[in-house]
Design a protein around this ligand. Sequence first.
Ligand SMILES: *[C@@H]1O[C@H](CO)[C@@H](O)[C@H](O)[C@H]1NC(C)=O
Ligand SMILES: *[C@@H]1O[C@H](CO)[C@@H](O)[C@H](O)[C@H]1NC(C)=O
Ligand SMILES: *[C@@H]1O[C@H](CO)[C@@H](O)[C@H](O)[C@H]1NC(C)=O
Ligand SMILES: *[C@@H]1O[C@H](CO)[C@@H](O)[C@H](O)[C@H]1NC(C)=O
Ligand SMILES: *[C@@H]1O[C@H](CO)[C@@H](O)[C@H](O)[C@H]1NC(C)=O
Length: 226
Amino acid sequence: MKGLLTLLSFIAAFSSVVLGQTDSEPIQYTPTHNITTIVGTWSSGSQAVVTGPGFASPNNLSFFLPENTGVSYSFTDDGFYEVAQFRLNGNGSAPNCATAVLLWAHGQYTLQPNGSITGVLFGDGYQQIQDPCTAVSSFVQAYNTTELYQSWGISQDPTLGYTLQLYQYNGEPLPPQYQITTSPIMLPTQPLRNVTPASTPAPADNIVIRKRSDASTRWGWNLGLW
Ligand SMILES: *[C@@H]1O[C@H](CO)[C@@H](O)[C@H](O)[C@H]1NC(C)=O
Ligand SMILES: *[C@@H]1O[C@H](CO)[C@@H](O)[C@H](O)[C@H]1NC(C)=O
Ligand SMILES: *[C@@H]1O[C@H](CO)[C@@H](O)[C@H](O)[C@H]1NC(C)=O
Ligand SMILES: *[C@@H]1O[C@H](CO)[C@@H](O)[C@H](O)[C@H]1NC(C)=O
Ligand SMILES: *[C@@H]1O[C@H](CO)[C@@H](O)[C@H](O)[C@H]1NC(C)=O
């Protein structure tokens, strides 16, 4: 357990480090950045995951389990953002051992001149990880890191409308997200629980993992725990 936490902390720290990147020319904003504003709430797939009070309750470190996996991001026009993710980390050799991760965090974002988005979190974010194949099958840990999204763009889907594509620190795309509303659905944009650096939340009750046949397809990108 201790070992797993240490490993996860290491992965979390490592994932925010960008390897060997050099300064590049300032971005030339193209229609993909200006077709519409990034301000609002975005959600992938069946839009089962949406930021705000319907997903996370930071006061008691709990989640309302969405009906399906997905990611959701909200951005305000004054520099705040919120992240909600429910993902399954598939395990081809042991299908019953898919790890479920629920993650919530918020903080302040900056659209960088080189086309990236950086985010500094408030430190009250947390994630719940359920691994059905380990002795301690579910636990909650703090999630706080400096986030980097290497690039982003907005396009218009003929049926689903404005679509936000975010690329993670390592260039891996997140699932495309569709604009739900231009008025962001978010919890208050301030720290929402007392956190001291190095605080370790208590273990959580198990969540129920509802597996869907399309989960492995929709979560086909390399997730990893971060
Ligand atoms: C873009 O800028 C951000 C913030 O300064 C930086 O962390 C990132 O490494 C830069 N990316 C590239 C490709 O230079
Ligand atoms: C295009 O989008 C970028 C990022 O949102 C913004 O900084 C810039 O002002 C926009 N340019 C125009 C002409 O709207
Ligand atoms: C956590 O807090 C939320 C919102 O205050 C509440 O709806 C929910 O029932 C609480 N959950 C638990 C497990 O206490
Ligand atoms: C898949 O599950 C097996 C059995 O629990 C485990 O040994 C293996 O490490 C898992 N692989 C991944 C990538 O999680
Ligand atoms: C969260 O990370 C930020 C820097 O990214 C740091 O300033 C802050 O102290 C951290 N908060 C906690 C509770 O660790």
